[in-house]
Design a binder for this molecule. Structure first.
Ligand SMILES: Cc1ncc(COP(=O)(O)O)c(C=O)c1O
Length: 436
């Protein structure tokens, strides 16, 4: 199995052996095994990226759909962003004081997402969601948080629970869950826990939980029910922010304004960033002297000048391209339709889901007829081994992806799309000859 991959990636093989002696599981983010460890192989080590392509340490080229965990919507090494980082670096790396760049970047973010009356920068999305929930707890005086089954908001203790079906394999912490797109499950959760709930945190389009867009009325329902029960609504837009439009998806695409928003990834063009922001009365609890016994915000590397400079350049570029989002989203929509036509034609239990440029591919244990798609019904049907094999075999065809695939960037060409479709067809046919 994977002979072609093994033969063409000897340096990755060697490096992974060394990495295994250093890092738990050989990686610094579990996702970066790309399923290859489960297939008895090793992940590729990448050396460079340009536009929609990446090159590994043996010189193999891949069409990249993973795009730095969805963060590189402009493509890798965008000249405007690279130039801004290089220019900033000439002044030194990080001084640990206030810098002008944070004000410039913050103003651009606020202009794009006016509901962020006040915000705070940190270094990762995991911190941003943790602090957003902490603020909600301080503001409401209530202990619990709720998230969608399967929803990923980072590796913090606050929210890293109920990640994988059967969803009870993690410690519970102070959190409860509901099923995305299932109003009854939300209502039942509120009935049970509403008086103790400080916040509901949710992505407007569920990401890691299945790549599922919201059913009409689902997000408005969350808005109404949270308002009625003095619960804050937090939209985690760490993936959707600046991906589906210039700004946030919640208000402009789905018509719902949250109390707090979290951002990361794209917003700083791939430099380390987390942002949490929103209502002034809530955010003011993060100000010095207002802690009410809990510290909110910190971080040696918060508002890092390189991140701030990269973020400002990224937003300037994306703002100049704001009219191009519709075309990118339509491209993604059309691509998913074509992927599903391939699966249908070959007769495999696989499905492409997502919204706009976001493309998840799932392999299932059985046909999934339930609609609407929810984190629960997708999670129950997933065949992780087949998905791992699919991703591994895609590498042999020169395509890199995770969660089945990833997201299209503005740099993806028609040629990339056609090559990926051919790869998906070849791999799906091959998988029919490989026993489960
Ligand atoms: C929706 C969402 N929230 C939060 C995070 C955590 O961000 P980070 O990996 O920067 O800590 C992620 C990362 O994948 C994410 O997808």
């Amino acid at each position: 199995m994977l002979e072609k991959y093994r033969q063409s990636t000897p340096t990755s093989n060697e490096l992974f052996k060394r990495a295994l002696r250093l890092f738990a599981g050989g990686v610094n983010h579990n996702i970066r095994t790309f399923g290859l460890v489960h297939s008895g192989a090793y992940p590729p080590f990448m050396r460079a990226g340009k536009g929609s392509h990446v090159w590994d340490v043996d010189g193999n080229e891949y069409v990249d759909w993973w795009m730095a965990h969805y963060s590189a919507i402009l493509g890798h090494s965008h000249p405007r962003v690279m130039k801004a980082i290089s220019a900033q670096l000439m002044n030194g790396c990080h001084l640990g004081t206030l810098n002008e760049q944070q004000v410039v970047f913050g103003e651009k973010l606020q202009e794009a997402i006016p509901s962020m009356a006040r915000m705070r920068f940190c270094s990762t999305g995991s911190e941003a969601t943790m602090y957003a929930v902490r603020l909600a707890r301080l503001h409401t005086g209530k202990p619990l948080v709720a998230k969608a089954l399967g929803g990923w908001h980072g590796g913090n203790d606050t929210l890293a629970y109920h990640l994988k079906y059967p969803f009870n394999d993690e410690p519970f912490y102070n959190g409860v869950s509901f099923d995305f797109n299932d109003r009854d499950s939300v209502d039942n959760m509120i009935k049970k826990h509403g008086n103790d709930l400080a916040a509901i945190i949710v992505e407007p389009v569920l990401g890691a939980g299945g790549g599922i867009p919201p059913e009409p009325g689902f997000l408005p329902h969350l808005r109404e029910i949270t308002k009625a029960h003095d619960i804050l609504l937090i939209f985690d837009e760490i993936v959707t922010g600046f991906r589906l439009r210039y700004g946030s998806a919640g208000k402009e695409l789905f018509g719902v304004e949250p109390d707090l928003t979290t951002l990361g990834k794209i917003a700083a063009g791939g430099m380390p960033l987390g942002v949490y922001g929103g209502r002034e009365d809530v955010m003011s609890l993060a100000a010095p002297g207002a802690e009410r016994g809990r510290w909110v915000g910190g971080g040696t590397f918060s508002a890092h000048p390189l991140t701030m400079a990269a973020g400002a350049a990224t937003l300037d570029q994306l703002r100049s391209m704001r009219g191009e989002y519709d075309a990118l989203n339509k491209r993604g929509d059309r691509f998913r339709v074509r992927v599903n036509e391939v699966f249908e034609k070959i007769g495999v239990n696989a499905l492409a889901t997502g919204f706009g440029s976001i493309v998840f591919i799932h392999w299932f244990k059985h046909r999934l007829d339930s609609r609407p798609l929810t984190g629960g019904n997708i999670g129950e049907a997933l065949n992780h081994d087949r998905l791992d094999l699919f991703q591994s075999l895609l590498l042999e065809e020169g395509v890199l992806g995770y969660h089945g695939l990833g997201a299209a960037s503005f740099a993806h060409s028609d040629g990339d799309i056609e090559k990926t479709l051919r790869a998906i067809e070849t791999v799906s046919r091959k998988m029919q000859t490989i026993k489960e």
